[in-house]
Design a protein around this ligand. Structure first.
Ligand SMILES: NC(=O)c1ccc[n+]([C@@H]2O[C@H](COP(=O)([O-])OP(=O)(O)OC[C@H]3O[C@@H](n4cnc5c(N)ncnc54)[C@H](O)[C@@H]3O)[C@@H](O)[C@H]2O)c1
Length: 378
């Protein structure tokens, strides 16, 4: 993986090496304002359609439209409602119809301007429309900058669960401008911070230690710290995706906390009562706790992980979230609906310590249920 730094603009460039589907990730500031110059050389025709949501449109769309206009790129914009409920078949159908109404052609490029929701639905629309359009992602949430904009997983939710319809479709470019994070609300910022911490916990103990000392500044708006974190996470993801694009091996490690997390999100009915990153934070703590119970992980490492996430303000207690209605059986049933479950067993990412994740399907259902039971009691 190549990494270049442009000293004048303080922009870092990483590449995701996937042969003919390789692409760059630019990490820096003021990338919205300079987007046109980065995007223009990649376009098969000087026309793009920007897809965004109502919140992001307010904060980021004018600057992007100006930049596209300055670079001589013809552009339309489609503004979707904000929130996870937009990531469904109804909105996908509406989006693809509106794109067809606007007479997109095979050579038209879509731009996803927004967080993980906009990235996932736009990427999926790009994958299926006219059998495949190019798309570019300009992630505007911390979660999307450190994780979801890289790697080409696209899709929508169905009533059966999250991301059950989708495709692998890599973007042509990712522009991660940390300046856009300034307007992100605290709760969504922290949810993205959980995914940031995930990269330390799964494979980079040094990065986790750095977060222990710098995380407070990063969350308080320190842009240099944010750039370093985005760059570190994107470099890790780029390397993993280049090795295992379709998640048959090492890429599964990125699901640390996700099997538990998806079960929690499903239990809340994807209402937004629990954000994806919040669910992942609790899921990572459960994965560490399970690893300790199985004698795999030193208790002190689990405590460090839990303490760091809690200190930053992420929800930790399943008991507080759940109310009386949730049962371990319900949560376990959701875990079995996860895409990665096989032969009635969930695939879990467990740890031998901070930075040492591995996958397994060898944990007995009873052990998982007992863990969930205890977590629900608090
Ligand atoms: N494709 C992947 O690899 C992958 C990985 C992780 C998560 N995801 C998906 O990502 C989604 C969650 O992403 P998210 O947390 O970015 O959610 P999101 O896209 O819903 O954004 C969160 C909220 O922040 C607002 N927002 C976004 N940018 C803003 C900005 N700069 N200023 C002000 N408000 C802003 C949005 O309007 C929204 O209300 C989930 O659907 C999850 O499944 C996908």
């Amino acid at each position: 993986m190549a990494h270049d730094k442009d000293a004048r603009t303080s922009t870092d460039t990483l590449s995701v090496n996937l042969g003919p589907r390789s692409y760059d990730i630019l990490v820096g500031e003021n990338l919205l304002e300079t987007a046109g110059t980065h995007i223009r050389p990649l376009l098969a025709q000087p026309r793009v359609v920007v897809i965004t949501d109502a919140n992001v449109a307010q904060h980021c769309l004018p600057a992007l439209e100006t930049a596209l206009g300055r670079a001589g790129i013809i552009h339309d914009s489609i503004v979707l409602p904000a929130g996870e409920h937009t990531k469904d078949l109804a909105h996908l159908g509406d989006l693809t119809d509106r794109l067809l109404d606007s007479r997109v052609e095979r050579a038209t490029t879509l731009i996803a301007l927004g967080g993980g929701v906009i990235g996932d639905i736009t990427g999926f629309a790009a994958a299926i429309l006219l059998r495949g359009l190019d798309f570019i992602h300009i992630p505007t949430t911390l979660l999307a900058q450190v994780d979801s904009s890289v790697g080409g997983k696209t899709g929508v939710n169905t009533r059966h669960g999250k991301n059950l319809l989708g495709a692998f479709h890599q973007p042509r470019l990712v522009l991660a401008d940390v300046g856009t994070l300034e307007t992100l609300d605290r709760r969504h910022f922290l949810a993205g911070y959980a995914e940031t911490v995930k990269y330390g916990l799964l494979g980079d103990a040094q990065f986790f230690s750095w977060l222990e000392t710098t995380g407070a500044d990063l969350c308080a708006g320190d842009r240099a710290a944010q750039r370093h974190a985005v760059l570190t996470c994107c470099a890790a993801k780029a390397s993993i995706v280049a090795e295992d694009e379709r998640e048959s091996g090492r890429r599964q490690l990125l699901n640390l906390g996700h099997t538990f997390g998806h079960a929690l999100e499903a239990q809340t009915g994807f209402t937004g009562a629990l954000l994806h990153g919040e669910a992942v934070a609790i899921g990572m703590v459960l994965a560490f706790e399970l690893s300790v119970r199985l004698g795999l992980c030193p208790p002190n490492d689990a405590e460090r992980a839990r303490r760091h996430l809690a200190e930053r303000g992420l929800p930790m207690s399943l008991a507080e979230l759940s109310g009386p209605a949730w049962t371990a059986d319900d949560l376990f049933a959701h875990m079995l609906h996860d895409k990665k479950a096989r032969d009635g067993r969930p695939t879990l990412v467990l740890v031998r310590g901070i930075g040492q994740a591995f996958t397994t399907r060898d944990v007995h259902a009873e052990t998982i249920r007992a863990l969930l039971d205890d977590a629900l009691i608090g």
